[in-house]
Design a protein around this ligand. Structure first.
Ligand code: FES
Ligand SMILES: [Fe+2]
Length: 416
């Protein structure tokens, strides 16, 4: 099978609320995703402006498997271009971040400026009258491929498709509202990065953050200390396409209540040795304490108490991805707030008191599903549709994701 054959696949019936396990491991499906999802009309997160504050600053990152460079030029503008030499394909930017006047390919030393324009080719005119590029060779014809860029309140998105709609339309009104709750235009303060390799398909990460149902069952920490629990006031909201979603919740008191007896992870006798780990202060106008937003295809925006982070999904083959966490606060945070955010960041990241469970269970999912590509996963909690709900006992946001994903990939939905 090839990627083109993969495009002819159909989703086995009954299709609503069922996901064929081949989506997690088929290499041809994965190859097709690189074109239709990551290089298609999508906005991909590539970093925060605060990571490249000065002219010449750059960041190397990935959209799908493709390496890209994000730069700031002298005029303050942000650019993004493919990290692939137009001579013979070398990934010319060799470091994750830094400051540069230009980029020189290590192989034959072609030079690209901060916008990706080709500005130098050694031996262009030959040596001692011999060799050299043909007369009609024009630098202008060989820039590193430019991507379209939109900077939204300090967050940088890029797209291979120059006809992609503006980010605000791409997200839809309600999702844009939640995005600008945290990215409200205030200057950001970078607090640090963490990175993690998870041996599973990238879509399982999107599913995990669209799945409020698991949080009350899998996570001892969330359930026991009441950070995110099925008996709390909560909502799941999606954009009309199903592509993007938010899980919204308000922290409750730790007490026995309806449904709690089914949460085996609730440990009534657990207490924190240092309660400062959970000392959230209200900082947004609404009363919500957790908002987890998933933006198709590669971004999660985490707002858990006062720990704020972006999580970038970087696929590394059908069976692996890298999760790149960027923790941040605001420019005007006082030192107490910075310390609070950092302390609460212990919940998150590869060894986080909460998220460590997710990394492990996602690996179990991949290992369990991989040998059975012909089987179906059942995602029917809360029904078959993907409408908004005012509770978290639902898989509606995952159903929405696969509605959208199947459409983007061109899969036929049998019986949909
Ligand atoms: S491959 Fe980059 S200069 Fe030759
Ligand atoms: Fe989780």
């Amino acid at each position: 099978m090839s990627a083109m054959d993969a495009a002819k696949r159909s989703w086995p019936a009954p299709s609503a609320g069922r996901v064929p396990l081949w989506v997690y491991s088929d290499p041809d499906v994965y190859a097709l995703e690189q074109e239709r999802v990551f290089a298609g009309p999508t906005w991909n997160y590539v970093g925060l402006e605060v990571e490249i504050p000065n002219p010449g600053d750059y960041r190397r990152t990935f959209i799908g498997e493709k390496s890209v460079v994000v730069t700031r030029t002298k005029d303050g503008a942000v650019h993004c271009f493919l990290n692939k030499c137009t001579h013979r394909g070398v990934e010319f930017c060799r470091t994750d971040c830094g400051n540069a006047r230009n980029f020189m390919c290590p192989y034959h030393q072609w030079v690209f400026d901060l916008k990706g324009n080709l500005i130098g080719v050694p031996f262009r005119k030959g040596v001692k009258g011999q060799g050299g590029m043909p007369e009609d060779f024009d630098f202008k014809d060989h820039p590193a491929r430019p991507l379209k860029v939109e900077v939204v309140n300090g967050v940088i998105f890029a797209s291979f498709d120059h006809d992609v709609p503006p980010f605000k339309d791409y997200l839809g009104e309600s999702m844009y509202h939640y995005f600008t709750r945290v990215f409200d235009g205030r200057g950001l303060r970078l607090l640090g990065h963490e990175r993690q390799d998870i041996p599973c398909n990238w879509k399982l990460m999107q599913e995990n953050i669209k799945d409020p149902y698991h949080a009350s069952l899998l996570h001892v920490f969330l359930v026991t200390f009441g950070l995110f629990r099925a008996d709390q006031k909560s909502e799941v909201k999606l954009d009309p396409s199903g592509a993007h979603a938010v899980l919204v919740s308000r922290k409750g008191e730790q007490k026995a209540g309806e449904g709690l007896e089914e949460m085996a992870s609730f440990k009534a006798d657990y207490a924190l040795k240092d309660p400062r780990l959970l000392d959230p202060v209200k900082e947004f106008p609404d009363a919500n304490t957790v908002i987890m937003q998933t933006i198709f295809p590669n971004l999660i925006v985490q707002q858990q108490s006062n720990t704020l982070a972006t999580r970038q999904i970087i696929p590394k083959g059908p069976n692996n991805f890298e999760l790149y966490w960027t923790f941040f606060g605001y420019e005007n945070d006082d030192e107490a707030m910075v310390t609070r955010r950092l302390r609460q960041a212990n919940l998150m990241g590869p060894a986080g008191l909460v998220s460590v469970d997710d990394g492990e269970v996602l690996e179990f999912t991949q290992n369990g599903a991989r040998p059975h590509p012909g089987d179906l996963a059942v995602m029917e909690m809360g029904g078959h549709d993907h409408a908004d709900t005012d509770h978290m006992v639902t898989e509606a946001a995952i159903r929405g994701f696969y509605e959208h994903y199947a459409r983007v990939m061109g899969f036929k939905r049998e019986g949909a």
